[in-house]
Structures are given as structure tokens and as C-alpha cells.
Design a protein around this ligand. Structure first.
Ligand code: ATP
Ligand code: MG
Length: 285
């Protein structure tokens, strides 16, 4: 008999900034998200992990308004919201840094950071203000590797580009920053830099969702780990309470063969009496 993986409980009891309950999404006949729950808190890095095709990108696209969920409850700052466009998500302070980054090589850092949302004064671009804000934002994130914000993005390293993309996402009174594989293309030192930046975002009070296939990154920087398995949330655990091997097992099987730690069992039992989630383990492929 297969049991749903236990819920180890969130790391804090604070009201989550974002709370998804039972969200679903299908593309035609393919059910990609099935009754997914997720809690994301201010000041925390929530890692979203799962195998290729598990539904991670679909889930964050739903949060960011690129897709609309078919069903379930999307709660933000304690209120039920219905997000149907990226603009609407941006207005709530939700920003996504996509893997391909979408930076323009031929523009400099300031131009990239304000692309599409330029600051104007009397109908003209207010370059001085934008440059000042770009510098302040980078300084606020303790970014010291960028020599000048007037450098063209083409001249930046992969890590510096990622840094610019992340800095751009925090320019807009963001509350939730979602990062899809920010270290995928980076070397060791640059990965380290970007992870420090991810940690700093959370330490500055933002909520961060980090999608990653790299368990070392996840265990280094995450407070919570949410594991998607075949479109279902296998579990959301306190990162301190799981081992590398356990996370890998959750990703590959959706459950744990070993006993979770005692603290986790209590939450899991309480949860299982509260929810009567259907548990069809049928494969989607
Ligand atoms: N627009 C779409 N139309 C049809 N099917 C889709 C669409 N987008 C995603 N899917 C399907 O949904 C499933 C989940 O895809 P998704 O991209 O969310 O996975 P993922 O967890 O982000 O994977 P990866 O780690 O490879 O990025 C896959 O089976 C995919 O083929
Ligand atoms: Mg993806």
C-alpha cells in the first residue's frame, strides 16, 4: 500500500504570503497539476523541486498569472485572489526571473533593469533617476561584482547576468520573487554568489520561491522544500529536517520509505485527518 508522503510542517507558524490549496491545471486531457497545496512565507526561501515534467514551471506560471489555474484556492496576503494576467501578479508584488533571463545584450544594466517600465520625467526618459535606483538596488543587495551599471549586458558573466535579472525583480516593491533554475548555467563561484543573493533577498524580508534541480543548492539556501511528484505536492518539509537522500527519494518516488523525524509525524497525522485528498497514483504519461 502506498501512503502519501508526510507533511513535515512549515518552518514557522506565521501566516503565509502565498497559500495555494487544491490548485489544478490541465492542458487538454493532460492533468498537469492535481490538488496542489503550497505555502510561501516572507523572509523564507521555499525550494520547489521535482523531476522533469513534474509541473514546477506550470505551477509558478499559475502563480505569476501566465496560466490561470482551473480550480483550487489562491490566497495572497490572507485573501482569495483570482490572477489571470502577469500584470495583475506584478501589481501584487510577484516577480519571476525566468531561466532564459530575457536580458537584452545590446542594452546596459540600467536599461535592462527598467526595460518596459522606464521612469520618465516630463515625457523624457529620466536616466539619472534610473541609474541612481539601479545603483541603490545593487548596493542594497550587496552586489559588488558589477563595475558600472552603464556596462552593456553582453559584457557580463553568466553570474552577473543572473544578478542583474534578480536585481531587476526587486526594483518594483516585490514581495514574492520566483527564480526558475537561477544557477543552472553557472560555475561554482558564480553559483555561490547567486545563492548568497537568493539568501539575501529572503533575509531582506521577501518571500522567495527557488526552482532547482541541484540538491546542494537547495539544501544550502532553502528554509522549506516543496516536492512535486507527477503533478501532486508530495510534501512540503522543513529543509533542516530532511537529508539529501530523503529529498532525492521524495523527488523520485513521491514518498519516503524511512520514518520521518518524530516532529514530522505529529503534523502528518494531524494533516491526514484534516484532508481527504484523493490518492490516485496513476501515471500521466
Ligand atoms: N502549454 C502546455 N501544453 C501542454 N502541456 C504542457 C504545457 N506546459 C506544460 N505541459 C506539460 O505539463 C507537464 C509539466 O510540465 P512543466 O514544464 O511544468 O514541468 P517542470 O516540472 O517545470 O519540468 P522541468 O524540470 O523539465 O522544467 C509536462 O508533462 C509538460 O509536457
Ligand atoms: Mg520547468
Amino acid at each position: 500500500m502506498t501512503m502519501p508522503a508526510p507533511d513535515f510542517g512549515p518552518t514557522t507558524t506565521d501566516e503565509p504570503l502565498l497559500s495555494l490549496r487544491g490548485v489544478t491545471k490541465s492542458f487538454g486531457a493532460v492533468e498537469v497539476l492535481r490538488e496542489v497545496n503550497l505555502d510561501v512565507r516572507l523572509g523564507k526561501v521555499t525550494a520547489l523541486v521535482g523531476d522533469n515534467g513534474a509541473g514546477k514551471s506550470t505551477l509558478i506560471k499559475g502563480v505569476a498569472g501566465i496560466h490561470t489555474f482551473d480550480g483550487g484556492d489562491y490566497r495572497y496576503e490572507g485573501e482569495s485572489v483570482h490572477i489571470t494576467s502577469p500584470k495583475q501578479a506584478n501589481a501584487l508584488g510577484i516577480e519571476v526571473v525566468y531561466q532564459d533571463l530575457a536580458l537584452c545584450d545590446n542594452l546596459d544594466i540600467v536599461e535592462n533593469m527598467f526595460l518596459g517600465r522606464e521612469i520618465t520625467s516630463a515625457g523624457l526618459l529620466d536616466d539619472a533617476t534610473m541609474e541612481k535606483r539601479a545603483n541603490e538596488t545593487l548596493a542594497g543587495l550587496s552586489v559588488r561584482t558589477v563595475k558600472s551599471v552603464r556596462q552593456k549586458v553582453a559584457s557580463l558573466s553568466g553570474g552577473q547576468r543572473q544578478t542583474v535579472a534578480i536585481a531587476r525583480s526587486v526594483l518594483w516593491n516585490s514581495k514574492l520573487v520566483i527564480l526558475d533554475e537561477p544557477t543552472a548555467a553557472l560555475g561554482v563561484a558564480q553559483t555561490e554568489q547567486v545563492l548568497k543573493l537568493v539568501r539575501r533577498l529572503a533575509d531582506n524580508g521577501l518571500a522567495v520561491i527557488l526552482i532547482s534541480h541541484n540538491m546542494n543548492d537547495v539544501l544550502q539556501v532553502a528554509d522549506d522544500i516543496a516536492v512535486l511528484y507527477l503533478g501532486r505536492m508530495a510534501t512540503q518539509v522543513d529543509a533542516k529536517k530532511v537529508t539529501h537522500a530523503q529529498v532525492v527519494e521524495l523527488i523520485t518516488t513521491g514518498r519516503l520509505s524511512t520514518d520521518p523525524p518524530p516532529a514530522a509525524v505529529a503534523v502528518a497525522e494531524e494533516e491526514s485527518t484534516n484532508s481527504a485528498v484523493t490518492n490516485d497514483q496513476e501515471d500521466q504519461s
